[in-house]
Design a binder for this molecule. Structure first.
Ligand code: SF4
Length: 131
């Protein structure tokens, strides 16, 4: 039996998940108890079968040339995040690609810095504007 804390809402129900025999879909049947609403069922199923997380990181920014006089105190990194949750198994690969990027300012908050990462549909956006 697995015990999870549902993070869908602030109540944080403690969910008990018992795995049964494997079904036709290749996954074990799950018996989930402890949820106060149906959303806890979906959360527990996804968390057991295909856990995902929103990925947050920072990405390098190319500073303006020293000759412009704007390089002093210019931010070196910009916070970024995935627009949708990313499968946990792919998080290290996503982070490696984010850390390889060097963005040229200006960067606007909400602007995609990577679109459809490796064909998965995952988009990574800037969280802060750097102008
Ligand atoms: S099961 Fe429903 S009520 Fe309980 S934490 Fe999850 S979303 Fe909230």
């Amino acid at each position: 039996m697995n015990t999870l804390t549902c993070i869908v809402c602030p109540i944080g129900c403690s969910l008990n998940v018992e795995e049964g025999p494997q079904g036709a879909d290749g996954f074990p049947a799950l018996t989930i108890t402890g949820n106060n609403c149906h959303r806890g069922l979906g959360y527990a199923q996804e968390e057991i079968r295909a856990p995902k997380r929103v990925v947050t990181a920072t990405c390098a920014i190319e500073p303006p040339p020293a000759s412009t006089g704007h390089s002093l105190g210019f931010p070196r990194r910009v916070p970024v995040k995935t627009l949708s949750p990313c499968p946990k198994a792919l998080i290290n690969e996503v982070l490696a690609d984010i850390y390889r990027l060097r963005l040229k300012p200006p960067v606007k908050a909400g602007e995609p810095v990577i679109t459809d990462w490796q064909g998965t549909g995952i988009t990574i956006v800037a969280v802060r504007s750097i102008i």
